[in-house]
Each structure stands twice: as structure tokens, then as C-alpha cells.
Write a protein that binds this ligand. Sequence first.
Ligand code: AGP
Length: 610
Amino acid sequence: MCGIVGYLGNPEKTIGVLLNGLKSLEYRGYDSSGICIVSDEERNIFKSEGKLENLRLKIEGQNLTAPTGIGHTRWATHGKPTENNAHPHSSGPVSIVHNGIIENYKELKDALSKKGHKFYSDTDTEVLAHLVDEYYHDGVLLEEATVKGFADVEGSYAVAILSENEPDKIVALRKFSPLVIAENEEEKFIASDVPAILPYSKNIIFLEDGDIAVITPDALKIIDSEGKEIKREKKLINWDPVMIEKAGFRHYMLKEIHEQPRAILDTIRGRFSEADYTMEFQELLKLNLKKISKVLILGCGTSYHASLIGKYLIESIAGISTEVDLSSEFRYRDNVIDKNTVVILISQSGETADTSEALIAAKKQGAVTIGLTNVEMSKIAREADFTVYTKAGPEIGVASTKAFTTQIITIYMLAVFMSISIKRIDKVQSKELIKSLISLPKLMQVALELDKSILNLAKEFHTYRNFIYLGRGINYPVALEGSLKLKEISYIHAEGYAAGEMKHGPIALIDENMPVVLIAPKHGNYFKKIMGNFQEIKARGGRIIVITSDETFKNQLGGDDRIVLIPECSELLSPLVTVIPLQFLAYHIANLLGTDIDQPRNLAKVVTVE
Ligand code: AGP
């Protein structure tokens, strides 16, 4: 969850390209940052604690030019977020930036100390600089010293390394952490993620574990640990750099909430044939669904909430028994899965350590794995037996919004595809399911018009310090998701519960200081029960915000209760509408409280540590 960048090209541009690249990666971690630039004459290193702005101010006015540089924005894992622990880390002529965790850094550090190496930081990364420097002496090239230095390293890493002895070279390598490289006519680029490079080149090379990139002014060479050249295809990434900007919104999160109808359309497009209203998952044609006895869906955080909704969708549409588990729990459990189990791993980033490790565990236990992710060539996309993509486009805000709704729609389409494949439904039934899908973006657009009215609600409710979110059936996971959104960006405590659980304990919490958000779309099975929950809460003096499609609810409200009217839609697709006012409520409360919405404290967009 750190961000690294590298540049080799026009000396006048190096510092600007590095800082802009780090800015676009700040969502990956932002408690300290630094850059290192080298020229024939000298090496300069700048580091600062806190936001990237502090680093920019430190460099401003230095009038330094250098053709080669690397940079880093950090989310601390080993060592406090201090300037001293900020990357780049150096040993002798070698400087390095790193994303990942070196699991055996203590043993490596002890061995190097015995050889006389002196350490100045508490980080695992600094060990890497000393390891390369240990082998980097007369006649040995930087890439050769790197291969030798990394031979005994255990853990995960994506690194960019430079040396003041070879100022026109950057060496980059990866294991378990993402790293991309690219070039244009006169420049070369390295980054942890695509957004840092897109403004300069759309033809991206996704390095694979074990690849070593040796970047010089006239070559973007990739070798293996024996020095043998490897060919990696360039992938054209159509994300428009403008998409990555805020498009006039105050925060990426607000932009991404409003992007949801387009993201849903992009995710549906190309999988649904208008001719005969079928779902086409080319990626899954080789999967023999008739043999599947069970589906298991794994994820973390918001992706876990999408997984819970996936259970309702697959069991209701395809009739296949479906379990859901947290990736971090599944990994260490004695699981009952086999070759007739399909394990779906949901991850926006495709890099979450708990989920990518759960994928490996599931494969070891013989299951068929499907990665459901938003990032092409991400670790989960590459490791899974099959991959299906959400097409949400880059999600920069740490709080996941459009990724969540596109994950749900992808599982919905998967469920329809599975159901037709095992002949549980016929073309007429699938046509009905698909038609309600196609009308969804319009319904979501109607819900997006609630933005301003939810702001008024936030003005009334932003001083509370605790909330309960309640939902039933397929909207129970939406209650969990709504409470997570509020927690992670406003730092207010919120809990999501199945509404039927209230009488088993949580109702003891209800008083005038504990507002309840009640998700109550008008659907047969649950609506009457939810009305019962509403009465239970009112009888105990609770204050309620009702998210409902039933206008008559107004007649039940007390003076301090509030109603948010959403459009009617099918029960199975209702989460894509009910979640929108909850996303707005979290956003506007956080905005009123002045928290850092796109980069909330203690969080990172991609959690690549366990
Ligand atoms: C959601 O708003 C959070 N940012 C977090 O819970 C996130 O969903 C979780 O870390 C999983 O990330 P992934 O989807 O990239 O695997």
C-alpha cells in the first residue's frame, strides 16, 4: 500500500513527473514521502513526513535538474512514519524505493551488520539497499548486484533502484506487489499503478513476479534472474487521464458515487447480447458449471459485503448453494472445499493480500477459482483460473463506491449466466432478469438526485457519535456497507445489523443519542417485518432515518424522524439503489466534519499486508 514511481528522460521534467506521479498514487498511502534524483555530477535525496505537499514545498526553488529519479509515498508497516524512515533508502551509491514487506529483514539486517553495515532507520526496506550495495563493486552492474542482493529476500516487494555510479539507469523488480513500466519517444516510466503513468503513455507493461526491468535512455529491457531477456506485451489502457481527475467534484469519492450509472453500463456492455438477451461470459466458457456443487465467495471490507449480496443472488437465480467468508478467516480455517467448489474472490484492487493469499489456499485445496476484480493484470486477475472484470474505471477514493455496485452487478450477471448454463431458467425467464438489469442505471440516476437532500440530512445528524444501520434479506449487507462508509471517512462509530437481530440485544442501545438508519425498500418478504422494527425503535424513543420506496411510510414518522424516498426496483437489484443515499450520507457527514475523505486516517486504498 505504498506508491513508487521512477522516471528517466528530460532532466528539466524529472522532479515534476515524480511529484505528479506520487500525487496520483497518494491513495495508496500517504504518511511520508521522498524522491532521489541522480545526474553525472551528483545525487540529491529529499524526504518529508506527512502529506506529499510537505515534500513539494521542501523541493520548491531548488532549481535542480537530473535525467533520472525515483519517488515514494508511504503507508508505514515497519517503523514510524518519520522523515528518517521515509523512502528512498540508501547504502553507498545505491538508493531504493519499495512497496511491500520483507519478512526476513531482521536476519538479513543482523548478517549485514556483522559485515560492518551501519543502519540509520527502523524500516525493512533499508536492508534492501545494503544488500544490493554489498554486491555492488568494481565491474558489477547495478542489475547484477540487484539479482545477487535479492537472492535471499523473503516477502513481497516492488522496488525501483538507482545508483550515482550509473546515473542513466533504473533497475525495477517485483514479487507479489504490483509494478508497471512504460515508455514514449524520449522518456521511460515506472510506477506501482497505472494512474501515475497514464498522462505520459497508455501502452503499459505489467511486470510479473521475478521480472527485472533494466531501464536506460535507449532501452526498456526485462530480464530474469539469469539475465535472460523476457518479452512482455504492452497493454493499451484506455482509461482517459481526465477520468482520473476529479472532474469538478470536491473529492474523488463524490465523483465516483456519481459515476456509478456509467460504471454499471460499462460493466454490463459486452456481456449481454441484445439478440437473444443472454449473458455472455467468454471468460467462463471452459468452466463446466454442471459439476459445481457449491460456490464460496471471499472478500474483505466492502468486497466482503458485495460477497454477502452475491450469496442472495446466486442462490436465488442459479439455485447453487453459496457460502461467504472473510478472506482473512478463510485462509487459516480447515475448509471443506474440493474440485466441485467454485471459489469467487472479489477484490477491487486485485492486490489485497488476504484475498490473494486466500486464492492460493483455495487453489491448493483443488477448488476452481474465479477472480472478480477491477484491475487488469492485478495479482488476483493473474493467479485465478478464470477472471471476470468490473469495468468501474480507476477508483481513487479510499472508500469504495462504484467498485461495490459494479461488483454486485457482475455477480448478478454471473448468476444469470450460471442459471442458464445449468438450464435452471429458460430464455424467457433470463430475459426478465436481464430487462430489470438494463433499467438499473436510470434508477440509480434518480437516486443520485438525492445528493442535495442528503446534505440537509447530514447537517441534522453529523453531531451524533454513534449510528445503527438495519436491513433485511439482500439489504442486510447494505446495512453493513452503509455503516462501513460512515466509519471509514467520518470516524463516527456505526454498526450494521440484520434488522431481525434488534430484539436479540442491540435494541438495548436505542435512545435519543443513537439514530437508526433503516433500509426498507417495499418488497413483499421483508417490508412488514421492517415496519415492525420501525415500531420497536419508535417505542423506545429512537430517531430513525428510513430509506424506502414506500411513500406511505411518511404517515408513520415521528417529528424528528426523516424519510429518504428511493425509486422502486426489483428486490434482487435493490442494493444498487438503497446504497446510494448511504454513500451520500457518509460523504456529507464527513465533509461537514472536515475529515480527509479521499485519504482517511490510518487507511490505504490497497491493503497489501496481512
Ligand atoms: C472499502 O471502502 C474499504 N476501502 C476497504 O474495506 C476495501 O473494500 C477492502 O480493503 C478490500 O479492498 P479490495 O476490494 O481492493 O480487495
